[in-house]
Design a protein around this ligand. Structure first.
Ligand code: SF4
Length: 297
C-alpha cells in the first residue's frame, strides 16, 4: 500500500489508517498553501482503493479510524464515498469513524439526504479549513467561500449529525485587521458551535502567493504581540456550549489544548502570562516554523 506525494494529516489522526482516495487538492488555490504546488488533482481508481483496503485489513485488522487522503477527499461524489465506506466496513469490521479533509465547497455540492447517508455510513469527521470569519481575509486567502456560506454549510453538517473540526488561522487579517479577524471569526464559530476548534497561525513558505506578498509588502504580517492580542480577543469572544480547543499546532506561539467553556479563564490567563514572558519580543515577527519554540528561546 503506497501513499503518493506529500502526506498531510491532522495531529489527532496519528493512529488512524491513512487511505489514499485522491491525489492533491481539487481547489489548490489558497494563497497561503504550499501543500500540493505541482500536484495535478486526480481521483484514485476504485480498484486501487479496494486493493489498499484489503492489504491494510491483513496488516491492521483492528483499525478503528480511517483518514482518507489527500487535500479535500470530501470532493468525491457521495456515491464514491459510500462505495469506499462500504469496502472499509466489509474489510475492517472494527472501523467506527471515517474522516477526511473537506472544503466548504465540497459540502455545498452535497444534498442534505446525501450528507445523512454519508453520516449513516460512518463518515463522521470532516477537517474543514474555514480559516476566518472575515470576508476580506477569506477573499485574500482565496478560500472560495464567504463567512455566510461557511455558516450555512456547517449548520447543514450539524443537521445531518456529522461532527467536524473548524480550522481557523490566527493572523489571517494581517497587521491591519487582527482585531476584525478575531471578532468576525469568533462570531462565526459561535454561530456554528463546532465539536472541535483547531487553531493555527498564519505563516508562508516560499512558492505561495502569500510569501511573495509578505516579501513585497502587499501583506503585512502580524507581530508576536498582535498575534497574542488576537488570540486573547478571539478566546474572550467565544461563547461555546461544549467545544474542544486544539491549539497545539507547531505554528502557534501559545500551544494549548483545552475545553470550552470550562477552561476559558485559564486559557486567557495563559495568553496574558505568555505576553508577559515575551515582553521584549512583542514587536518581532514569529520565525517561520519556530513559532511554538519562542517560549523556550
Ligand atoms: S483547500 Fe486546503 S489543500 Fe487545498 S489549497 Fe486550500 S489549504 Fe491547500
Amino acid at each position: 500500500m503506497n501513499l503518493t506525494g506529500m502526506v498531510y494529516r491532522p495531529p489527532y489522526e496519528a493512529n488512524s489508517l491513512l487511505l489514499q482516495v485522491t491525489l492533491g487538492c481539487s481547489h489548490n488555490k489558497c494563497s497561503f498553501c504550499y501543500m500540493y504546488p505541482d500536484v495535478q488533482f486526480a481521483v484514485c481508481p476504485m480498484e486501487q482503493v479496494e486493493a489498499d483496503i484489503e492489504e491494510a485489513a491483513e496488516a491492521w485488522p483492528n483499525v478503528k479510524r480511517v483518514f482518507l487522503e489527500h487535500g479535500d477527499a470530501f470532493v468525491l461524489s457521495a456515491d464514491r464515498l459510500l462505495n469506499i465506506a462500504d469496502s472499509i466496513h466489509r474489510n475492517l469490521p472494527n472501523a467506527e469513524t471515517i474522516a477526511m479533509y473537506a472544503s466548504i465547497q465540497n459540502i455545498r455540492r452535497k444534498t442534505d439526504a446525501e450528507l445523512r447517508r454519508l453520516r449513516d455510513a460512518g463518515i463522521n469527521w470532516l477537517d474543514i479549513g474555514v480559516e476566518s470569519g472575515l470576508d476580506s481575509a477569506l477573499q485574500y486567502m482565496n478560500k472560495g467561500h464567504t463567512a455566510a456560506e461557511a455558516q450555512k454549510q456547517l449548520l447543514r453538517l450539524t443537521k445531518a449529525g456529522m461532527d467536524y473540526s473548524f480550522n481557523a488561522i490566527l493572523g489571517c487579517g494581517g497587521a491591519e485587521r487582527w482585531e476584525e479577524n478575531a471578532e468576525a471569526t469568533a462570531r462565526l464559530i459561535n454561530a456554528v458551535q463546532p465539536h472541535l476548534l483547531f487553531l493555527g497561525t498564519l505563516h508562508a513558505e516560499p512558492g505561495c502567493r502569500l510569501y511573495a506578498d509578505m516579501k513585497n509588502g502587499t501583506f503585512r504580517e502580524c507581530t508576536i504581540g498582535q498575534l497574542l492580542d488576537e488570540q486573547e480577543l478571539l478566546i474572550r469572544r467565544l461563547e461555546l456550549d461544549n467545544t474542544i480547543y486544539f491549539g497545539s499546532h507547531p505554528s502557534n506561539i501559545v500551544p494549548m489544548q483545552a475545553r470550552l467553556p470550562v477552561h476559558k479563564e485559564e486559557m486567557l490567563a495563559i495568553v496574558r502570562q505568555t505576553r508577559e514572558q515575551l515582553r521584549s519580543k512583542l514587536e518581532e515577527y514569529p520565525v517561520r516554523g519556530g513559532e511554538g519554540s519562542i517560549l523556550s528561546r
